[in-house]
Every structure is written in structure tokens, then in C-alpha cells.
Design a protein around this ligand. Structure first.
Ligand code: NDP
Length: 234
């Protein structure tokens, strides 16, 4: 199996672990990055998902180098945590622009080739926080909850064309994003996780790789938690 894969936010963290998992399984994998060098062994494409022109240019480069995108993993995301009273409109809309509208931009561009091929896999990285909510994360949680409605709508639009669209919802995962937590916040969050620890990026990657695989052909519109049980019941 050697499919053309594009992973936004594949330069580090969960996206990079996913890129490595799919590459190890034989796929041709491109990752977006905004600065520096792309990780070794992967095709790097410069792209900020808040800019539709950069998104189009990134897809054109991937199409030239490894063919039309057959698997899209939309993983690029940011958090900018503040209590609502301190959250400016810019704090709110900038997180939505990357985490939600950014996924609209890449999914729309990816479906062009997938519709032609009458097959494809789109995997969107949401968060347990999108389902449960979290104090100080109204912007982030709104963006991640929005992804569920977005992905399920696409699953309905694109199902008849052999394209599946699924959501993976990680809980707290050991990456740069979770390093920003204070010890106190980390302890409080750990108490809510039945498995009592953070996820490793590779554990999230394995789930993404499965829903992106040919074996998952009958799974679409699903929200798959990888959260140590933290989101149970949501
Ligand atoms: P990291 O902070 O380690 O990586 C974030 C990635 O997103 C980087 O590759 C970064 O690219 C990219 N990115 C951010 N903004 C943009 C942008 N405007 N355009 C293009 N790329 C961008 O985060 P994680 O690996 O932890 O997170 C990956 C995803 O998983 C995110 O969507 C996050 O919300 C989600 N998630 C994370 C959890 C966690 O606890 N870590 C829990 C649940 C969900 P660059 O290198 O160029 O900065």
C-alpha cells in the first residue's frame, strides 16, 4: 500500500507521529510546516492553513511530487487559553481560523481529487475538550466541537463517492501543546483520566492510521476517542 498522504501540522507532535506511522506502513507522506526544515524522510510543504493560497500551493506541490492526495489528516491546531472575560474577539477568531476554518480549507481542496478518484480518507483531529468543554478553553473547545459537525456533514455529502470522513478526539497528549500546562493544571486533569496518564503521540497516531486504512472502509462520521477514558459518556 503506497498512498499519497498529506498531514497538516505534521512537522511535530501528533501529526509527526502519524506521518511516521503511515510512512512505516509504506505510504508516501507529505507534511506541512511553517518554518525551518521538514522532518527527515518526509516531503515538507510550506503551508499556513489560515491562507487559502498557501493551501492551494501546498496541494499542487504534493500532487506534483507524489500524486493527488488520497489520505488527508487535518492535524494543524493551536490553543490560546484564556477565561472568557479576558478573551478578546481576536483570541477567539484566530483559534477558530486555524482549527476550524483551516480544516475547511484543506478538506475542500483535498476533495477535488478524491471526488475524481471516487475514493479517499479524511481524518480530522478534534479533542476530548471539544466534547466536554474546559474552563479557559472556550475558543479551542468551540473550534474542536465545530469539527465534529463539519466532519459528519462531509461524511454524508461524500459517502456515496467512497470517501470516508472521521474524527479522532485525543485527550491530553505528551506534546509541546500539553507542556504549556502548569503542574497544578496537569494534576487536576490527570485526576479525570481513568488510565491515569497522558497519551503518547504514537497512540493517537495508531488510531489515525487505522481509520485512514483500507480496513476501515465501513467507518465514516465516527468520533473516535483516544483519551484514557476521560471523555466517557460524551
Ligand atoms: P503541537 O503544538 O506539537 O503541533 C502543532 C502543529 O500544528 C505543528 O505542526 C504546527 O506547525 C501546526 N500548526 C499550527 N498552526 C498552524 C497553521 N496556522 N498552519 C499550519 N500548521 C499549523 O501540537 P499537538 O501535536 O499536540 O497537536 C496536534 C493536534 O492535536 C492539534 O489540532 C491539537 O489541537 C490536537 N490535540 C492535542 C492534544 C494535546 O494534548 N497535545 C489533545 C487533543 C487534541 P508548525 O511546526 O509550523 O508550528
Amino acid at each position: 500500500m503506497s498512498r499519497s498522504v498529506l498531514i497538516t501540522g505534521g512537522s511535530r507532535g501528533i501529526g509527526l507521529a502519524t506521518a511516521r506511522a503511515l510512512r512505516a506502513a509504506g505510504d508516501r507522506v507529505a507534511v506541512t510546516h511553517r518554518g525551518g526544515e521538514a522532518p527527515a524522510g518526509l516531503l515538507g510543504v510550506r503551508c499556513d492553513v489560515t491562507d487559502a493560497e498557501q493551501v492551494d500551493a501546498a496541494f499542487r506541490k504534493v500532487e506534483e511530487e507524489q500524486g493527488p492526495v488520497e489520505v488527508l489528516v487535518a492535524c494543524a491546531g493551536v490553543a490560546h487559553d484564556k477565561l472568557l472575560m479576558r478573551m478578546t474577539e481576536e483570541d477567539f477568531t484566530s483559534v477558530l481560523d486555524t482549527n476550524l476554518t483551516g480544516v475547511y480549507r484543506v478538506a475542500k481542496r483535498a476533495t477535488r481529487g478524491m471526488l475524481r478518484a471516487r475514493s479517499g480518507r479524511i481524518v480530522v483531529i478534534s479533542s476530548a475538550v471539544g466534547l466536554r468543554g474546559e474552563a479557559g478553553q472556550a475558543n479551542y473547545a468551540a473550534s474542536k466541537a465545530g469539527l465534529v459537525g463539519f466532519a459528519r456533514s462531509l461524511a454524508r455529502e461524500l459517502g456515496s463517492r467512497g470517501i470516508t470522513v472521521n474524527v479522532v478526539a485525543p485527550g491530553l497528549t505528551e506534546t509541546a501543546m500539553s507542556e504549556a500546562l502548569t503542574d497544578e493544571q496537569r494534576e487536576a486533569l490527570l485526576r479525570q483520566i481513568p488510565l491515569g496518564r497522558l497519551a503518547r503521540p504514537e497512540e493517537v497516531a495508531a488510531t489515525v492510521a487505522f481509520v485512514a486504512s483500507p480496513e476501515a472502509a465501513y467507518i465514516t462520521g465516527a468520533v473516535v476517542p483516544v483519551d484514557g477514558g476521560a471523555g466517557m459518556g460524551h
